[in-house]
Design a protein around this ligand. Sequence first.
Ligand SMILES: [Mg+2]
Length: 304
Amino acid sequence: MNVSSKYRGCLIGAAVGDALGMQTEGLRNDEINSIFGVVRDYGRAPISYPNRKLKKGQYTDDTEQMILLTESIIEANGFDVEVFATNIKKWGKKLIENPSLNRTVGPTSMQAIKNMLSGAYWQDSGINSDSCGSAMRVAPIGLLSSDIDQVVELATLSSRPTHTSTGGIAGAVAIALSVSMNVRNVPLLELIYNIVSKVKKIDQTLAGSIRKLVTSPAEDFFGENGVSSSVYETVPASFFIFINHIDSFEDAIITAANIGGDTDSVACMTGAMLGARLGVDAIPNRWVLGLENREYIERLALGL
Ligand SMILES: [Mg+2]
């Protein structure tokens, strides 16, 4: 498989996951079952949910931030945290001025943006929060390099303007490393152990949760793990789905979109990892064709 199919698979896969999970974000698994049955295709969020304003096939803030990060990398001809932070700040300013454009940006990213708008530099704008905002957008960093230490360094830096906790940074590092190694088809166990060995130097708890997925996975995984927007729940949940559906993008994303909680972010991260491994042709056509901004996202992937 050529590299361009993997790059496109990664970014399109993330956006497709986000757009599938968008309709169920914030619902519990039993609510999804009673309202939707099983979600298999794009649709709209239930009335009174914040994503209701989005149409079928539209993605949320996860993909918007991933696009911003990719645009920043292309603009700087490599990752430059100053360029990225400036672009997040400009994007956030637009959302604050016109709230109808806000696709449910998380409170951590929004507070960090407000800090930057009040004059804080990126070194001081980030929040000590365990939410998964820097992990859900990080995929393009994994496409930048096959050098594991460089990926760790850049993913860490890309988290800093918004998320400064050890968990937040470790989540971004774990997803970026997974993307980078999936591009190279690193065997599954080797991939997981490489990630654990790097992540444990940043956050032991997250490293332990990822290791447990291949040593002693829980019987009722989602019940025990949880599906909130915490990086300690979303990142292990996306790795769990990735590991258990390694040959089927479709099964993986259907699972992610139906678990409840932070479905858009879990499906986005799962989609990035599996898209990088399986390539764009593994993504069901009905999902690729129905995705908002597909051609632009494909161009960005090729731009990397
Ligand atoms: Mg979102």
